[in-house]
Design a protein around this ligand. Structure first.
Ligand SMILES: [Fe+2]
Length: 260
């Protein structure tokens, strides 16, 4: 069994709405190991609610956590990462060096939508492409504009984006239509990475295994291991990641429906 990589977990104590203390962060790390993870983002929000969270602050906090994990013999490698809220100045902030890429490798930015609502990620994806930087769409299942539009998701993937889905949403989809949409994404090859979006040990716990189980049921074990393990590990370590193109937006059921 390949170790899991949690590509979205808040582990930097006191830096955002994640673990309030180093002890809780360590307890989350132990939970992740018990879930089967050996790699995880040491992540905090980068958005106007947390103005002090610049790249240097995240880098220092992640490095301190890594030292503690070695001291405590907890077998989890952590990678500094910002959860970047998209804004009109995201490109400028990236160029100014305030944003933290995934693992500090300057290859991937983990981005989420602004509080004000869904926006088109394509202009930023296109602007970053010449710099060798690509986007990961954080907890992409939250956005029905994307989840329910395979053609749009495909466009973003063709522009270099990877799609990250929350393990708990896969394990316990809260509504049949939502589950059907996730399954359609999974089977069409639209899901590339899994994250727990863990924030603590009481609520929003860092769970992964249930999500993996659901992916394995839908896709078979080896494809599920790529999503929950191999691709995420490569992203966190700054190694090349090649994902297959998704199957063209909806054409398969379109054909089935209309006999084409
Ligand atoms: Fe998050």
């Amino acid at each position: 069994m390949i170790p899991f990589a949690d590509t979205h977990v808040h582990l930097l104590a006191g830096l955002d709405d994640g673990p309030p203390t180093p002890d809780i962060a360590l307890a989350m790390c132990r939970m992740l190991v018990a879930e089967g993870a050996r790699h995880a983002t040491a992540l905090a929000h980068q958005n106007p609610d947390y103005p002090a969270n610049d790249a240097a602050r995240l880098r220092a906090a992640a490095a301190a956590l890594a030292v503690t994990l070695v001291d405590k013999k907890i077998p989890l490698s952590v990678y500094p990462t910002g959860e970047i809220m998209l804004a009109p100045n995201t490109l400028d902030e990236w160029r100014a060096g305030t944003l933290m890429s995934v693992g500090n490798h300057k290859q991937w930015l983990l981005v989420e939508m602004p509080h004000s609502g869904f926006i088109d990620a394509l202009p930023l994806a296109e602007a970053l492409k010449p710099e060798g930087v690509r986007l990961i769409i954080a907890h992409a299942e939250r956005y029905p504009e994307l989840l329910d539009d395979l053609a749009l998701t495909q466009k973003w993937i063709e522009a270099g984006c990877l799609i990250q889905v929350t393990a708990r949403a896969l394990a316990e989809p809260w509504e049949p239509g939502f589950e059907a949409a996730l399954k359609r994404w999974a089977k069409g090859g639209f899901i590339h990475l899994m994250g727990s979006d863990g924030h603590g040990i009481d609520r929003r716990r860092p769970v992964l295994a249930g999500g993996f189980g659901r992916l394995a049921k839908w896709l078979g074990r080896s494809h599920a291991e790529q999503i929950a393990g191999a691709w995420g590990t490569a992203v966190l370590q700054g190694k090349p990641v090649t994902v297959p193109a998704p199957r063209a937006g909806g054409r398969r059921w379109f054909s089935r429906l209309f006999g084409g």
